[in-house]
Design a protein around this ligand. Sequence first.
Ligand code: RNT
Ligand code: ZN
Length: 417
Amino acid sequence: MSRYEQAREIYARLGVDTDKAMEILKELPVSLHCWQGDDVTGFDHDGPLTGGIQATGNYPGKARNYKELMEDMDKVISLCPGKAKLNIHACYAIFEDGEFVDRDKIEPKHFKKWVDFAKERGMGIDFNPTFFSHEKVKDGLSLSSPDKETRDFWIEHGKACIRISEYFAKETGVPCVMNIWTGDGFKDIPADRMGPRIRYKESIEAILSEPFDKNLVKPCVESKVFGIGVEAYTAGSAEFTLSFAATHEGCLPLMDNGHYHPTEVVSDKIPALLAFFPEIALHITRPIRWDSDHVVLFDDETKEMAKEIVRNNALGRVYMALDYFDASINRISAWTTGFRSWQKALLFALCTPNEKLKELQNKSDFSRLMILQEKIKTMPFSDVWDKYCEVCNVASDEEEWFEEIEKYERDVLKARN
Ligand code: RNT
Ligand code: ZN
């Protein structure tokens, strides 16, 4: 008997069907963010990354243009099991032959190359208007600015992004999740907390007044508690975005697990939102002390988030997107580790005897619940994971795929500096 066959039997004793778990996971799209490849730089500006986010480190080999970014992404995909969906930001518009338009004027044609890329690989596309790293963010504010001209510019940007999102959905045949996040906020105690939020609300409403098919475009609003330089106040706080999504049909709340106070956990928020919203969206990241966007690992909270999605039968209701950017290590390795970690967390959740555990809880058999939860931690999960990688035709051993990355670094990345 192979190691996998033995593991399958051990799991079967708990009522877990590991074959089925792999079948489900293989087809489940997870959005792979293009911005890990170039430290959230994009192609439409030369200025710094703003909006209160930061990619720290300067590991060599960063992608400098769309060709390099796509090449890198292909490398990542080739090393990851499961199904990736492409996630891009508006600042990754591709301009050629000296053409350039500002963000309020971008069109589907500026993303045609991304569509071709996605279609050739059988992927859907998610999209994000970019409300940061741009000179029209006035005094740190975009959609919530007191300056009408500023707001209008960014509203036009949002509307353009809706049209582009619909184009993505039509071209790929997969709905496009379009996430609205701004870094709008204040460094120090504001004199008016409500004004910016009212303006933010009206601006998002103006964006969503652009006609679109709700089956094709899934707009989301992402909250955040604070950013670098915006420590005292954000317009898009948790209560703001949640209330917005709750009162605007077709708009989803998006939770990024780096965007809450350190002892709050998104795993606990997932079922709370699922009790009210037909669909929700996630940004999966790893915050260390702040929204540091470290590479996602197979750690406790990551596992717990995956569990909440799986055991509430919500795999079809939760749009999962990765959102981290580490510039201090090989970016392909960072990208790959994060995607694989989330795959591991999902597989682990799918190999958990969730019904049995629920039953114990409902019977108030908390002693047995504790020991079973402990037992699960040391089940032969690695054998199932290895098998899953084999089924997906990728290396399961970290050192094996990392060797490929080292080779890629020597052959491709080195030449970029
Ligand atoms: C920032 C938000 C946001 C960005 C991306 C690049 O804190 O998490 O989602 O990371 O849009
Ligand atoms: Zn995010």
